[in-house]
Design a protein around this ligand. Structure first.
Ligand code: FAD
Ligand code: SF4
Ligand code: SF4
Length: 955
């Protein structure tokens, strides 16, 4: 029977490596334990360890992998963003990573359609469509991370898209590869004939299934009725009724098929208008019934988003900053609704107001609704709603995970259903369960925490799910999965929801496409009634950062090492496995040793410790902090003592660095670039890995610190140790130093700055903290704050720092300070040069001559401090056109990591460099010398401080 789930056949890792290495290049076949563990988790609470991970690149490779899977009876699963919640992107066979090499796209028909490859991130697609005022229809909350491959395969949707704008309804064409190896692009006008000719049995089967459905009137009506609501349980049977030709039916069956029927190699989607004019309101009601009663009138008035929130979910966010105080005083049983009207036209704002007022007049609310046009207020309201899932995640007990379920009910019975769900939380002792969801579509999400470490916990979940299935299916005839796909989680209940006739059709469809049941087996169709409680993830208690992680993967697109070694999620997943193995004495020692061997390079050395992961993480985990902790633990006591000595005598170290740069360039003149690289590599590998590699783009030594006057100074200028040591790049023209330039523009604006004469030897401490030398960090940080306190005359003048990562270091230095210095720190005003220039100097400067075009690289610290708009403002004042590449991210240079692990910078900047290189700009600017080295290295264009742009334009 095709749908039987069999244990995968096992080849030894070296056999697999060598056999698969004949299909794809060996470095794209991953069989090391660390890689297999890193890919064992998706965002669900299931886990399977793949035998190999293959980073496929082409359709031909996919065809060959299908053949391989059949020849060796090894299951094969596609993995894209890995954000699936139902266990559909994991495998104990071959896991094909299709996110890495399939990211191309093309905007077509003036933004009315989009050609995509499956690895393209949804949010990236929307960035590309933004200039055309359009976007893709599907709008899952995970859009900044999930990819088009996953969106199509899961038929994902979100707050606004409803059932009308999902992938099923916005699909134009698809290029797919069947397990048989047949490739068809439905864009081809002859696609249907080709399909019939190449796959006669499949085509015949599809048409027979269509006929069966059409002849079965109750089933036909049931399908029609069920797809008026969101439904991703089982295959999308509506395709059999909505379309006539086999190819049309099949391409729509692929949507929502969770990678169990074929591989999607390309697709074209019709886009939908992006409606930038928004009017958003938070409405509070005495109970869920009153909230539910408002759904229909608001929907009929044209509300595009209607998010319902129960009392528990409102309580979960009530202490967060900016949340309206009323939330804290709501009575028990109260409910909220977040409503949004949208339009494409600015002129329609008042009409949106009118609509909202009209419909609100007829609603019974606890307090009058709060409506706003203000983008900041709107963002806050949406933050309240999107903060609900993480709020449960961040307060859960360590060792537990967060479960988010996803069901749909008829809209008119939503309140009853939500109240009954709350009853189930009580019955099964889920004390922190919350309910919210897309009320417009009858789609409720419920979130609760769950451990799976004891049988009692597994039983608790099993009995709860039995009751949920009974409630959703038998009492409400709803959908067990509205958005997130069936996966392993609901596979045992597909027949319960759909009935045996429909289930038989689904089983037959799977058998027609994948007769050996090797393509993502166990997902969507699974005869095992306990599949939903098998292969559960165990989450041991580890470190604070690790324990909070829900393995959602939202941090991954931000991480500069994602294409080199591991992503933040994978670092955490591997760490968890290592602790699990340590805690479980009987477990695999060999595996532990293998992980332990690879961990230092894969997880620690190649982390830029830039903390960008925290900016995408719903529970704010900075994996860089974890990495720094490990780096600290790696250092011997004598290394710590050495670092303390260096910190105490930092001015000597600074002088040494200046001498080193001078000598290095002199030696390069004699020996040449290559010899210098070879010499430093030898020393790096055999003597100390703290010695930077001489990469050929090492800057010249910086000029002397300029002399300035204290009298009349508007600010203290703190040139970072990087600016004080690193000067012009080898490719850069001779010019004034960045210090001289900032002094000059400040003088020109009438706000002169003063550089203290004894600034040498002072540092924010980041070079120490990033390497885990926290004792040394404390020494330099405290000294710097003491000196800043004196230089600023106890906080009278602000401090301006010219290197953004150092500003960030200073701003976050408080936890490392003595009590006395904490108090000083609180009174200091430390500004990044970007902020100082944008807010203070720019308004006082006359821009004489704009340059033509400027490309910007906003460094991570600028992004984290929210200063990118100010950098853009300065550049726009000085240039005719300013470009921030859509793919701009961390360059991976991370202070000196670009000299120590140059491959990190090379990989991290690849996409941004390719984007920048598509045209020439008159200037390339940033706000950190080391990041400028990284970007110059990858683009071949000289990146300089934005201060040069300003100085030239205001000359
Ligand atoms: C916090 C959080 C919030 C979420 N919110 C939403 C939401 O609002 N709405 C929603 O719908 N979902 C949501 N999801 C679920 C998930 O993000 C989406 O379903 C998403 O579309 C999955 O995309 P992915 O790129 O991560 O795919 P993956 O998880 O990697 O894969 C998904 C499925 O697609 C298959 N697949 C991938 N690529 C291909 C291909 N090229 N060909 C064939 N099959 C392929 C895989 O085998 C798998 O079955 C959320 C997830 C998280 C963690
Ligand atoms: S670190 Fe944060 S974003 Fe990354 S997987 Fe964990 S919870 Fe998700
Ligand atoms: S700190 Fe940076 S490099 Fe390290 S895991 Fe986070 S995003 Fe990746």
């Amino acid at each position: 029977m095709a749908t039987t789930v069999t244990a995968p056949s096992k080849l030894r890792a070296n056999e697999l490596q060598s056999l698969l290495g004949q299909i794809v290049e060996a470095d794209r076949v991953l069989t090391r334990p660390i890689d297999r563990i890193a890919y064992a988790s998706d965002a669900s609470f299931y886990r399977l360890i793949p035998q190999a991970v293959i980073r496929a690149k082409s359709v031909e490779e996919i065809q060959a992998l299908f053949r391989f899977s059949q020849q060796h009876s090894i299951p094969l699963t596609f993995r894209s963003g890995g954000t699936s919640l139902s266990g559909q992107a994991i495998s104990d066979g071959l896991l094909i990573d299709t996110a890495r090499h399939w990211r191309n796209f093309e905007v077509r028909e003036g933004g009315r359609s989009l050609w995509v490859q499956p690895g393209l991130i949804g949010g990236r697609a929307n960035q590309a469509l933004a200039p055309f005022k359009s976007k893709i229809g599907p709008d899952p909350a995970s859009i900044a991370t999930c990819t088009l491959g996953g969106i199509l395969a899961n038929n994902s949707s979100g707050m606004c898209c409803g059932v009308e704008q999902n992938a099923y309804h916005t699909l134009q064409s698809i290029k797919f590869v069947l397990p048989s190896g047949t490739v068809i692009d439905t864009r081809d006008p002859n696609a249907d004939e080709i399909f019939r000719a190449r796959e006669p049995e499949l085509v015949r089967g599809i048409m027979e299934l269509k006929a069966k459905i059409e002849a079965n009137v109750p089933l036909r009506d049931r399908i029609r009725r069920k797809y008026r609501m969101k439904n991703t349980t089982g295959y999308g049977l509506n395709a059999f009724l909505d379309f006539e030709t086999p190819i049309d039916i099949f391409q729509h069956l692929l949507i929502g098929s969770e990678g169990t029927l074929a591989f999607t190699a390309e697709a074209i989607l019709n886009t939908v208008p992006d409606l930038p004019v928004k009017y958003t309101g938070l409405l509070l009601f005495s109970d869920l019934y009153a909230a539910s009663a408002s759904i229909l009138p608001l929907k009929q008035a044209g509300a595009k988003a209607l998010e319902i929130m129960d009392r528990a979910s409102l309580r979960s966010v009530e202490t967060q900053p900016g949340v309206p105080a009323t939330l804290r005083t709501l009575p028990e049983g109260a409910a909220g609704l977040l409503a949004e009207f949208q339009s494409g036209e600015e002129s329609e704002r008042s009409e949106l107001e009118r609509l909202a007022a009209e419909v609100s007049g007829g609603l019974t609310m606890l307090v009058p609704g709060v409506w706003t046009h203000d983008a900041g207020q709107q963002a806050l309201l949406w933050k309240i709603r999107s903060g609900m899932f993480p709020s449960v995640g961040s307060v859960r007990k360590s060792g537990t995970t967060v479960i988010i379920e996803d069901v749909a009910f008829p809209v008119e019975r939503l309140a009853d259903a939500a109240i009954e769900l709350t009853g189930l939380f009580k019955k099964h002792a889920y004390d922190n369960g919350i309910i919210f969801g897309h009320a417009k579509d009858g789609n409720l999400h419920f979130v609760m925490t769950q451990g799976f470490t004891t049988q009692a916990m597994v039983d608790q979940y099993e009995y709860f799910m039995d009751d949920v299935v009974e409630l959703v299916v038998n009492r409400y005839d709803g959908a067990l999965k509205a958005e997130h796909g069936t996966g392993r989680n609901m596979a045992p209940f597909v027949e319960t929801e759909w009935g045996s006739d429909a289930y038989e059709i689904m089983r037959k469809l799977k058998e027609l496409c994948d007769p050996h049941n090797l393509l993502n087996p166990g997902v969507l169709i699974n005869p095992d009634p306990k599949a939903h409680i098998s292969d559960l993830k165990q989450l041991p208690s580890v470190e604070e950062e690790v324990d909070k992680c829900i393995e959602c993967g939202f941090c991954e697109p931000k991480c500069p090492s994602r294409d080199l070694t591991l992503t933040p999620r994978q670092r955490i997943v591997v760490r968890r496995e290592m602790v699990r193995l340590q805690q479980n004495c009987s477990s695999d020692r060999e595996l532990y040793a293998a992980l332990d061997k690879e961990f230092p390079y894969m997880a620690l050395d190649t982390c830029a410790a830039d903390g960008l992961c925290a900016t995408g993480c719903p529970v704010s985990i900075d994996t860089g902090t974890l990495v720094k902790r490990f780096r600290k633990m790696r250092h011997s006591e004598s290394a710590h003592r050495w670092s303390e000595r260096i910190a105490k005598h930092f001015s000597l170290a600074e002088r040494g660095a200046r001498i080193g740069l001078r000598l290095g360039h002199a030696a390069q003149a004699v020996f040449g670039k290559r010899a210098m690289l070879a010499i430093t590599r030898f020393l790096h590998e055999h003597m100390t890995d703290a010695l930077p590699l001489w990469t050929g783009d090492t800057p010249h030594v910086a000029g002397a610190v300029p002399t300035t006057r204290r009298e009349g100074a508007a600010a203290i200028y703190f040139p970072s140790c990087v600016s004080r040591t690193m000067g012009r790049l080898p490719l850069e023209e001779k010019d004034r130093s960045v210090m001289e330039v900032l002094v000059a523009v400040a003088e020109r604006a009438g706000l002169p700055v003063f550089i203290p004469k004894d600034v040498a030897g002072n540092c924010c401490g980041t070079p120490f903290s990033s390497k885990g030398f926290d004792r040394a960090h404390k020494i330099v940080a405290n000294r710097a704050i003491e000196n800043l306190w004196q230089w600023t005359e106890e906080g009278k003048l602000p401090v301006v720092v010219d290197t953004s990562p150092c500003t960030y270091g200073f701003v976050h230095t408080r936890p490392y300070l003595t009590e006395e210095n904490e108090q000083r720190f609180d009174k200091l005003r430390i500004l990044d040069a970007v902020e100082f220039v944008a807010d203070e100097l720019l308004p006082k400067l006359k821009i004489q001559k704009k340059t033509g075009s400027a490309a910007l690289h906003p460094v991570c610290s600028i992004t984290k401090m929210g200063l990118t708009p100010k950098l853009q403002k300065i550049a726009s004042a000085c240039s005719e056109s300013v470009t921030v590449p859509i793919s701009a991210g961390c360059c991976g240079f991370a202070g000196d990591r670009g000299f120590l692990v140059p491959e990190l910078t090379q990989i991290a900047t690849r996409v941004e460099a390719a984007e920048v290189s598509t045209r020439h700009y008159e200037g390339y600017y940033s706000s950190s010398r080391t990041c400028e080295i990284g970007m110059t290295r990858s683009t071949g264009e000289v990146y300089r401080s934005f201060l040069y742009l300003l100085e030239k334009a205001s000359r």
